[in-house]
Ligand binder design. Structure first.
Ligand code: KIV
Length: 263
């Protein structure tokens, strides 16, 4: 997958599949799956590091995750999130952050919001780095938004999001994530744009869908919004495996003769 193929897939009406990933082992599994793109999201702060928001993760930590995922998935299109404020401290600081993530193995970067960032996005794109936009619920603005809540409920908000989506396209974004917006609005934006939209909690009319890996695998019992579909009861399966190991150790049935080194 590359940015040209992504655009073709939209023209052909073929849905795009993106899943988040943060580590080498999962990346190896994902590289052999039917997933089109990996997102090394700043959601790593929450699902990998136990933070309450995405704000605490920084560029070096993101680069460590990107490098691990790239080692596991050498040929997969990999989008890396620009962490909180890393692109709001001037052009030089933003470009240094992008350089770090791209050299760690990213194929593209994702930047939340577009207002006041049009020139930055243009510069990044003109520098040869593909940019994915992210509109709607932008988790790095959680405090300004008053929490993790659905966006685009009022007509003013819907109009703003339509304008921002056009601005992402005009600035040169190759794609845009629409997070937690009403299905009808996501559908209108997807139809109006030439670039593919990737939805999360945005209904079925976007050009693709993204989910957080740990949500999809049922590993996260503290987060179950209506837009998540669990494809595995991961917590139960892993918990059961751990309990069986504990039982085998206590019963001294592990290790067996085949699981040890004889003289
Ligand atoms: O960081 C992330 O996981 C994301 C997705 C929710 C789109 O940005």
């Amino acid at each position: 997958m590359n940015v040209l193929e992504l655009a073709t897939r939209k023209k052909q009406g073929e849905r795009l599949v993106m899943v988040t990933c943060y580590d080498y082992t999962m990346a190896r599994i994902m590289a052999q799956s039917d997933v089109d793109m990996i997102l090394v999201g700043d959601s790593a702060a929450m699902v990998m590091h136990g933070e309450n928001t995405t704000l605490p993760i920084d560029v070096p930590a993101m680069a460590t995750h990107v490098a691990a995922v790239r080692r596991g998935a050498p040929d997969t299109f990999l989008v890396a999130d620009m962490p909180f404020l890393s692109y709001r401290k001037g052009l030089r600081a933003a470009m240094e952050a992008i350089e770090t993530l791209m050299k760690a193995g990213a194929s593209a970067v994702k930047i939340e919001g577009i207002a006041g960032q049009e020139e930055l996005v243009q510069h990044v794109v003109a520098s040869g780095v593909p940019v994915m936009g992210h509109l709607g619920l932008t988790p790095q603005s959680v405090h300004a938004l008053g929490g993790f809540r659905v966006q685009g409920r009022s007509e003013d908000d819907r109009e703003r999001l339509r304008r921002e989506a056009q601005a992402c396209q005009e600035a040169g974004c190759f794609s845009v994530v629409l997070e937690c917006v009403p299905e009808s609005l996501a559908g209108q934006i997807s139809e109006a744009l030439l670039i593919p939209t990737i939805g999360i909690g945005a209904g079925k009319h976007t050009d693709g869908q993204v989910l957080v890996l740990q949500d999809l695998l049922g590993l996260n019992d503290s987060f179950s919004p209506r837009f998540v579909r669990q494809y595995l009861d991961g917590r139960a399966l892993i918990g059961d495996a751990l309990n069986r190991f504990a039982q085998d150790v206590r019963e001294q049935s592990f290790p067996s003769d085949d699981e040890r080194y004889a003289e």
